[in-house]
Design a protein around this ligand. Structure first.
Ligand code: PMP
Length: 362
């Protein structure tokens, strides 16, 4: 029996995507071998590669100005690769600080060049409970780019209106909320997201990049780190993570069948409203630290009255077939990650568990 999976990433995958992988595992489309045993230059894998790109392009409405890339090294490698490509000596980049992941991105940029904090919502206790407002941004109009983390997986905050950065290229780490709802890709010069939350397993990173921005990247860096080279080779410069890309294909096909991103948005909003609604109703017992306007629909963070009750809650949920609810070590408390594969019924099950737990322990 499958558990209800609230893991923060790697996260649960939609059952139909896994079942399709099981069906095709030993003999992919009559070829007598699995997709991961095929050459990345053969026609079977090529069709999967192209279908995955086509699905992403249709779901997001990616315009001709932009292109999909499959990269490796996770989002963490992008923290370094973005400044390596786009931050030249004498230039500066702006970072909007909203949590642990933006701190890591900033640290990597500082190793390579000049990086400025253009806004931060860090509190004296080093935690974050909201994203900055537009009037708090101190942007440098000459910056090489502005970097944001669209959703803060650890503290449970999310940007609900994109910052206005003028003509400066906007770069976004969307690892934990990519594909949660429709997105105007044209606002971004560079989007990157590890697959392991909303669109597949770990091992592949999806980037959606503006072609003219990529073309301006540095040419005097190691070839393997040049985005331009991966773009020219349609992400086949070297061997891509074929199995991970294949699994993304299955998840994206499921998303399309469900009704695409508008349907996913309705489903994700319903889940968020169910859980935040419960937290607000039971605010005498559960405490949600994030400011309302910054609440994340992907990672819902809350605390019980004591750390001991947090632990008891996690232990009891596990016994009830719900996993992944322990908060990140730097935030504590509880975190329920409600990525695309989590259903509204899964959240209803959690909410009724919470009601009973509060009744017994409140
Ligand atoms: N950015 C965000 C927003 C994340 O949530 C994570 C991982 N949880 C990362 C970056 C790092 O991703 P990876 O482990 O794939 O390098």
């Amino acid at each position: 029996m499958r558990v209800i999976n609230f893991n923060a990433g790697p996260a649960g995958l939609p059952l139909p995507a896994l079942e399709r992988a099981r069906e095709e595992l030993l003999d992919f489309q009559g070829s007598g071998m699995s997709i991961m045993e095929h050459s990345h230059r053969g026609k079977q894998y090529d069709a999967v590669h192209e279908e995955t790109i086509a699905l992403l392009t249709r779901l997001l409405g990616i315009p001709d100005t932009h292109q999909v890339l499959f990269l490796t090294g996770g989002a963490s490698q992008q923290f370094a690769q973005v400044p390596l490509n786009f931050l030249r000596p004498g230039e500066s980049a702006d970072y909007l600080m909203t949590g642990v992941w933006s701190e890591k991105a900033l640290d990597e940029a500082k190793l390579l060049g000049q990086a400025r904090i253009a806004a931060t919502t860090v509190q004296p206790d080093k935690k974050y409970t909201r994203v900055p407002r537009q009037d708090e941004l101190q942007l440098d109009p000459r910056a090489a780019y502005v970097h944001i983390t669209s959703n803060n997986t650890i503290y449970g905050t999310q940007w609900h209106a994109w910052p206005d950065v003028g003509d400066v290229p906007l770069v976004a780490d969307m690892s934990s909320d990519f594909l949660w709802k429709p997105l105007d890709v044209s606002r971004f010069a560079f989007i990157y997201a590890g697959a392991q939350k909303n669109l597949g397993p770990s091992g592949v990173l999806i980037a959606v990049v503006r072609k003219d921005f990529i073309a301006r990247g540095r040419q005097d860096i190691s070839k393997i780190f040049r985005y331009g080279l991966h773009a020219e080779n349609n992400s086949l410069y070297n061997t891509p993570p074929t199995l991970a890309i294949y699994l993304c294909r299955n998840v994206l096909a499921w998303a399309e069948q469900l009704g695409g991103l508008p349907a996913l948005e309705r489903r994700n909003r319903e889940k968020g409203e169910l859980l935040y609604g419960a937290l607000d109703r039971m605010s005498g017992f559960y405490r949600a630290p994030v400011e309302r306007a910054s609440r994340s629909y992907m990672n819902v963070v809350f605390h019980l009255p004591t750390p001991e009750l947090d632990d008891a809650f996690v232990a009891a949920t596990t016994r009830s077939g719900m996993v992944g609810l322990k908060g990140h070590r730097s935030a504590g408390g509880i975190r329920a990650s409600l990525y695309n594969a989590v259903s509204p019924d899964d959240v209803r099950a959690l909410v009724s568990f919470m009601e009973e737990f509060a009744r017994k322990n409140g």
